[in-house]
Design a protein around this ligand. Structure first.
Ligand code: GDP
Length: 196
């Protein structure tokens, strides 16, 4: 139990040359408009982007080398806003399938920051016994004058929720590579040296 989500390789069709190379699913969560698609587009790059029609939405696959080791990340950008009174199957599916989660809010939108906390709670409820890496991301730091959530608040929230924290600007491409490298490191830490 709990290992289905960390089984490398089985879900995403793709061009990985080696079945032994670790492959992880990372799911983006967050309110509409906070920058999830912008972040994942930067991660994927226009050329390398591989749009998969599984999971009912967009998946982007890329190999990246972190600390000298290659990993394939499949990033899912399929989160949808809650429909009133409707428990979306896709939402609960999203909460089940990730090996790691990126919860994004916009530093210019306090409501999105509050949603991020709720998402963290939902995730904990959905995956109770599991120690899943979660990165809290405050995006749109370039919009200095519109900032509603300070970096300190973001850090404090991450500390309470026991997750990593980073601020990014998709517009300036600031800290985006660091974000995805951080995800890989967090996954590896949890794997405790268990490699392919
Ligand atoms: P999503 O709904 O969470 O996927 O958000 P999108 O990636 O579609 O972004 C929503 C809007 O915010 C778009 O107009 C983006 O161009 C803009 N946006 C995303 N990230 C940034 C950022 O870091 N800075 C600024 N200024 N705008 C951003």
């Amino acid at each position: 139990l709990g290992h289905t989500a960390s089984e490398p390789g089985s879900r995403a069709r793709g061009s990985s040359p080696s079945l032994r190379e670790p492959r992880y699913r990372v799911v983006l969560l967050g309110d509409p408009g906070v920058g999830k698609t912008s972040l994942v587009n930067l991660f994927a790059g226009v050329q390398e982007r591989d749009l998969l029609e599984q999971h009912g939405g967009a998946a982007y696959e890329r190999r990246l080398t972190v600390d000298g080791e290659e990993t394939t990340l499949v990033v899912l950008d399929t989160w949808e806003p809650e429909q009133r009174g409707e428990e979306s199957q896709r939402r609960s599916h999203c909460l089940q399938i990730g090996n790691a989660y990126i919860i994004v809010y916009s530093v210019t939108d306090r409501d999105s920051f509050e949603s991020a906390s709720e998402l963290r709670i939902q995730l904990r409820r959905a995956r109770q016994a599991e120690d899943i890496p979660i990165i809290l991301v405050g995006n749109k730091t370039d919009l200095v004058r519109c900032r509603e959530v300070s970096e300190e608040e973001g850090q404090a929230c991450a500390a309470v929720f026991d997750c990593k924290f980073i601020e990014t600007s998709a517009a300036l491409q600031h800290n985006v590579a660091e974000l995805f490298e951080g995800v890989v490191r967090q996954i590896r830490l949890r794997q405790g040296g268990k490699k392919s």
